[in-house]
Write a protein that binds this ligand. Sequence first.
Ligand code: HEC
Length: 272
Amino acid sequence: MRLNKTALGLALGLMASTALVSAASAQETTNTTRLHPKDVAFSFEGPFGTYDRGALQRGFQVYKEVCAACHSAQHLAFHNLMEAGGPEFSEAQARALAASVKVPAGPDDKGNTTDEKGNPLMRPATLADHFPSPFPNEEAARANNGGALPPDLSMIVKAREGGAEYVYSILTGFHMTPPKGFKVIDGKYYNPYFEGWNISMPPPLANNSVTYSDGTKATIDQEAHDVVTFLAWASEPKMEERKRVGMGVLVFLIALAGMLFAAYRRVWKDQH
Ligand code: HEC
């Protein structure tokens, strides 16, 4: 009986303190910690996961036609687009994609890097060129984005906690009604998946932001899923090779263990 009373007292005490704690956090309307990212399935998850080629090619299109207006992806070069483990465009396709993008040209035969009006001289990109940045420098990037800096996207999936799901959640996390009492700052947008809930990026995706040549329907979710697959590859272009090698090593170790065990049995067979 004695024991039961103590246990009851303890349980009541515990319940009271949890109630107090939750009441305290409910009062805290200023808590704008970002929401946990959405749970989405990607082809590249797990020990056997690979990048979906179609998604990589469509994702490149979304990056090029939408995100590249504000975000650089400096680690990527056009020849990466035709390499194994990536979008695997053919060489002719990769050349054509490069040629459709303009990059700053070197000095011409008179040593000029700008034309008479002061505009930088441009030339079509080649396979060897890296993706060009949309702005000449950080100041220009901020000036065009209400003071905020659009981060380089080449490593974003690796650089943020939550990775692919975080980026996906940001892209699909607009257009929700903010809770009562939350102030959306002028010139910013409500997005609870971003720390602080106010983001300086206008909602970048809409249905049919791009027209896919493979006939895939371009919904916001589809576009987000594709561009995140592309950015995941940009962050880890050798993932497929890494997993293949890892699996090979594992199989080898299992075979080796089997052989060692067989040898052990054989050596000790006559000793009993
Ligand atoms: C009109 C310009 C613009 C476009 C287009 C744009 N972004 Fe942004 N993006 C920004 C700015 C500015 C920020 C910084 C936001 C901030 O700090 O409040 C940002 C932030 C982000 C972040 C959050 C980064 C972090 O720090 O956690 C991600 C992820 C992102 N953008 C991805 C994309 C992707 C993918 C696309 C293409 C589908 C895209 N953006 C298109 C301007 C843009």
